[in-house]
Ligand binder design. Structure first.
Ligand code: SAH
Length: 256
């Protein structure tokens, strides 16, 4: 057993992935919200190509597959998630039209102007909002869309406890006007910006709480697991306390 202190980055990645496996979503989001965002995207047809970046097990990718006639490729670094996604896609008879590949959002395997839509729910923070918007733009056709969710401050000022937590966890967290300005500067027309309902977080944290319990039983005495669980629990507690000050937003832009 390890006795020294660890940060989340030191935890065995396999354990983190196991925690988030065999569930529909790995982040805050649901079918209704995916469909609402999709409603802002115009001009998709059978010839259109969509990439879902950081797709996880593909909960939202399958929704996009059911609701559009497009070719859809989900990309995630974790092969276990991609295997689960491809199994689900096969079960639904997408016949290869919707599929997952292992890949890195920092080095995507797409050609210039190949895509009509880039989707990314609960994942762009891994590369950073601004960097993702800038680097992924080249893969979009002119007039193509990007739709991403991102944690955002709702006000200019907020209590120190929550400020300090997110400044450490995700220093790029920023206010709505600053995020929209970043989107515009990166070469997109901001088409829609709106707050996701609180329930996408509370449902997510409720799911986490039940899995935390079974996980702690399975890994009883494993300090790294206990610390990982405690840090997730702390994040959830902060959300309930400070949800007036931040939350997830959908940002939808059109390449100009
Ligand atoms: N979009 C899914 C999953 C969100 S969780 C959902 O909303 O349910 C974030 C996902 O990003 C995880 O599946 C993780 O494996 C993936 N990820 C993290 N870093 C990545 C990277 N550099 N490239 C591609 N995927 C990455």
């Amino acid at each position: 057993m390890k006795s020294e202190k660890h940060t989340i980055h030191d935890f065995d990645l396999n354990i983190i992935y196991e925690f988030f496996s065999n569930t529909e979503r790995q982040g805050p989001g649901n079918k209704e919200e995916t469909l609402k965002a999709l409603g802002f995207i115009e001009g998709l047809d059978k010839k259109s190509k969509i990439a879902d970046i950081g797709c996880g097990t593909g909960g939202q990718t399958l929704v996009l597959g059911e609701s559009t006639p497009c070719e859809i490729i989900g990309v995630d670094t974790w092969s276990g998630f991609i295997d689960q996604f491809n199994q689900n896609a096969r079960d639904r008879n997408f016949q290869g039209r919707v599929r997952g590949i292992v890949g890195n959002m920092e080095n995507l395997p797409f050609g210039e102007e190949e895509l009509d839509l880039i989707w990314s729910e609960g994942a762009i923070y891994n590369i950073g909002f601004e960097r993702g918007l800038n680097e992924w733009r080249k893969f979009l056709k002119k007039g193509g869309y990007i739709a991403v969710t991102e944690n955002t401050w709702f006000s200019e000022e907020r209590p120190a406890e929550i400020q300090d937590f997110w400044e450490k966890a995700y220093p790029e967290i920023d206010t709505i006007p600053n995020k929209v300005a970043q989107m515009q500067k990166a070469g997109y027309l901001p088409v829609a910006t709106y707050i996701l309902p609180e329930t996408i977080w509370t449902d997510y944290y409720t799911w986490q709480a039940s899995r935390r319990e079974s996980f702690l039983k399975k890994y009883k005495g494993n300090e790294a697991v206990e610390e990982f669980i405690a840090s997730m629990q702390y994040e959830a507690e902060l959300y309930y306390k400070y949800k007036a000050y931040y939350g997830y937003m959908f940002y939808i832009g059109k390449k100009i």
